[in-house]
Design a binder for this molecule. Sequence first.
Ligand SMILES: Nc1nc2c(ncn2[C@@H]2O[C@@H]3COP(=O)(O)O[C@H]4[C@@H](O)[C@H](n5cnc6c(=O)[nH]c(N)nc65)O[C@@H]4COP(=O)(O)O[C@H]3[C@H]2O)c(=O)[nH]1
Length: 527
Amino acid sequence: MQRQRIVFIAGILAALATILPLAAAIAYARHRALEAEREHLAEYSDWTLRRAERNFARVTDVFRELQAVDWDACGEDHIARMRKLAVDNLAVEEVGYFQDGKLACTSWGKVTKLVAHGTPDARLAGGFGLYLNVAPQVSAGHPVIVVDRGDYNALVSHERFVDVLTDTPMTVGIATLQGRIIAVNGTAPGDVMRRAASLDGFARVGARIFTSVHDGHFRAFAITDEAFVQSRMARELWALVPLALLTSALLVALIVWTSRRRLTPERALEDAIRRRELHVLYQPIMEIATGLCVGAEALLRWQRSDGTSVSPEVFIPLAEKHRLIEPLTDMMIGCVVADLADMLRRERSVHVAINISAIDMQSGRFLPVLTHALAEAGVAPRQVWLEATERGFMDAAAARETLETARAQGHMVAIDDFGTGYSSLAQLAALPLDALKIDKSFVDAIGREAATSVVVPHVIEIAHGLNLLIVAEGVETPEQEAYLRAAGVGFAQGWLYARALPAGEFLAFQEAINGRRVSPFLTSLAG
Ligand SMILES: Nc1nc2c(ncn2[C@@H]2O[C@@H]3COP(=O)(O)O[C@H]4[C@@H](O)[C@H](n5cnc6c(=O)[nH]c(N)nc65)O[C@@H]4COP(=O)(O)O[C@H]3[C@H]2O)c(=O)[nH]1
């Protein structure tokens, strides 16, 4: 993945990791505060309802007692009973008795004034009439609520319906089930009270919140300011913010750690392998005697998405170090087969040389992968040469086993970069090899006064002595080619002929050079 993309995504994730836990903490604190306030209000509306019902039950007790007896209307006993009930019963201020639609007597005595039996403002279940805000005619005093049933009525003060003490500022009220407000304790705005009186549950109106409950006779409500939710929320936040900050810090640390990991060269290589950002180039291998293109060396290239390219001399050791060489080798095998299988099937004397890393050499794991790919593509194993470096022979026994198996399957095996490492001649002689590649550093020395120039004839001599095919690498000048030809070196690759080419260009090069000609020597080998 591109560096800028990783940094960009990490930046966005870090910003989210910072904001989201805090936003979640705020949302959760608000939810908890609202829930707590809803329960708080529900508790008070419930309590108000129970208080109202209890006091109302006392009023209805008065009616029941009086209606149970066939009194001598407004006689002494009747009035005495009414008075006693009014005195004993704290909920009732006064009791009255109507005769022919007019108030005849009250708990105070006979009535001389003409007080008509009016029309109730509201009716309650059980045959009760309710008159709201009535100025008492007989006893005078502040407005009261009048409850009537049959010929009796009772004066009840407003407070009896809402005498609830609250622990925080709130308005509690009682209404009929139709939403007519009966009594209120508090100063909430009228529109909020009307809403609270007409529906059940929890709601918000403007800056107020309320809960309402109801039973058989009344609906009770409790209203408070939303500011109480804010202060509850602030308390919740005190507990939640440190947790949110800790979560943010952990998430940001995780994001930084993961992105730094992704930004390391090895993770970038792993991504590149997965995204197939690597491709293979083919450097032609020429037969010096005939000038024919007899094969190609497959060379991996890593072109990063930002346009920069990474040398195989950097990423191959990196892949080996971080156990990425196996997927890399598999990918390279897949590319080579996809690119060249058609040509290799047509041209049986042409080969492709693939580099085998030290780890692959030791494990031999790539061989079944290669065998399977070649069998599927119909390419002969002899057409795939394996180039092993000296480093690959450090565990000589394992390398020997891999090479022997490879040769038994028909592959040609070449030692690459011979002379640059520490392999001894004895080791070279003991290895199951078909070819030796002369390293570019030796070829460079040809015709110069360099110390290595004296080594070149010996390396060629050794190869001849061991009956190995010789491929010279890094041939750049006709003089180098002339020297190699004269020394009996069979094959060469280098910029004198072509650089490493993309598959299509290599195939065109090979066709242009060879036409229908084939190498008699290599045809005899293939035969
Ligand atoms: N200056 C100059 N250079 C020339 C000339 N002719 C060829 N070269 C370069 O010499 C290197 C030859 O490959 P090598 O010795 O196998 O050395 C290879 C090989 O050991 C390794 N490598 C490349 N591809 C693979 C692969 O698929 N698997 C493994 N395990 N190693 C690979 O990376 C090394 C470097 O590869 P490259 O950078 O492609 O470099 C290549 C090639 O581009 C020339 O005339 N002049």
